[in-house]
Design a protein around this ligand. Structure first.
Ligand code: AMP
Ligand code: MG
Length: 349
């Protein structure tokens, strides 16, 4: 088995590449920097630059921005001087909250993805997800007393998940939750959105060759310095130290949702963190779903949504979208691919 290359395939820390432009020769080296904190996960930024200091200053700026997005989309903590999604949730049924444009943009994207996937990804499911979160935390800290959330509690919470009750006023940059029992949880889309925005910023700063990996949510900018594709490993759902396959990417994102992440067990059954809105239980169709497309926010939303969709519906959706591919690892271990996936991957090679 190949080793997991964790987004940036086999990067030695610094490798020099020689370029020849109009008769001049210069060196571009490959650098990598890792951070912990934003979105409670590991961020790995890699790319080419003329010097380590140039690379470090861009990478530090990107991480600073990721941290800012984390604060804005946090539903658990308050931060002085900002209205974040916790502020919006705390004001449900009480008042509209003025927020930064990024929150408006994220919620508009989430509403679009809800419509596109027939509700398979619903950021208004906070009340249901909160219950699962609470029981998962208990199950992880006291495995011998692990329990499922009671059905009646789930059913009551599910009465407060109508995404239309998140009212967005784009002109005044406000959000108002009209149902006081409804809460927003953007765990399915926030990382991807943040990664996309910071990569957009990097491009605006002249970056031509970089990858940003936030907890496995990977966005590539351009190609490698020699013009070849970035090779990104997709973690095996059976052993996350191994790769299931690699994919070749240029200006594309790859995002995986997995049942092997963040689960607890009750009576030998794994209860993971992706909740099917129709059953209110962890979806049992797949072990992992990977999506490749340009926009990392869309890839993130889609990978969660596909997890909750039947194979035929999910495949039809992906085939209807331009330049979008997916890989499903089904519950029985079989693999399903969209029509263009294999051409981008070494799967089965
Ligand atoms: P991801 O790892 O991107 O698939 O997102 C999983 C996270 O999204 C979970 O930890 C929950 O916070 C949230 N989530 C789980 N199920 C859903 C769902 N059906 N719709 C929207 N968000 C969900
Ligand atoms: Mg997602």
């Amino acid at each position: 088995m190949k080793r997991l290359l964790c987004a940036l395939a086999a990067l030695s820390f610094i490798t020099a590449t020689v370029f020849s432009v109009s008769g001049c020769v210069f060196y571009a080296s490959k650098y990598q920097k890792q951070y912990i904190g934003a979105f409670d996960t590991l961020t790995v930024i890699s790319g080419y630059a003329k010097s380590k200091s140039e690379f470090d200053s861009v990478a530090d700026e990107l991480f600073e921005r990721l941290t800012e997005y984390h604060r804005l989309f946090d539903i658990y903590n308050e931060y002085e001087g900002i209205n974040n999604l916790k502020t919006v949730n705390d004001n449900a049924g009480v008042a509209s909250v003025e927020v930064k444009n990024e929150i408006i943009e994220l919620l508009l994207l989430a509403k679009n993805m809800y419509a596109l996937t027939d509700g398979a990804v619903n950021v208004a499911m906070g009340s249901v997800l909160e219950l699962w979160h609470e029981y998962r935390q208990n199950g992880l800290t006291e495995p011998e007393n692990a329990e499922l959330p009671p059905e009646d509690k789930l059913a009551t919470a599910a009465e407060h998940t109508d995404i239309r009750n998140i009212v967005i006023d784009e002109e005044n940059c406000t959000v108002y939750i009209t149902d006081k029992e409804l809460s927003i949880d953007v765990g399915a889309v926030a990382k991807g959105y943040a990664v996309e925005r910071v990569c957009e910023y990097a491009v605006s700063e002249g970056i031509e060759s970089m990858t940003v990996n936030v907890g496995g949510n990977v966005r590539t900018i351009g190609a490698k310095a020699d013009g070849s594709d970035w090779i990104v490993g997709i973690a095996s759902p059976y052993n996350t130290d191994d790769v299931l396959c690699t994919v070749s990417l240029k200006d594309l994102s790859v995002v995986t949702s997995g049942a092997y992440q963040r689960y607890y067990e009750v009576d030998g059954k794994r209860l993971h963190h992706i909740i099917d809105p129709t059953t209110l239980m962890p979806s049992e169709r797949y072990i992992s779903v990977t999506v490749i497309c340009e926009d990392s926010a869309v890839a993130d939303a889609l990978s969660t949504a596909l997890f909750n969709m039947e194979q035929d519906d999910g495949k039809a959706l992906i085939e209807s979208m331009e330049a979008t591919e997916a890989l499903w690892v089904c519950a029985d271990g079989s693999l399903l691919y969209s029509s263009g996936f294999c051409a981008m991957s070494d799967i089965g090679a």
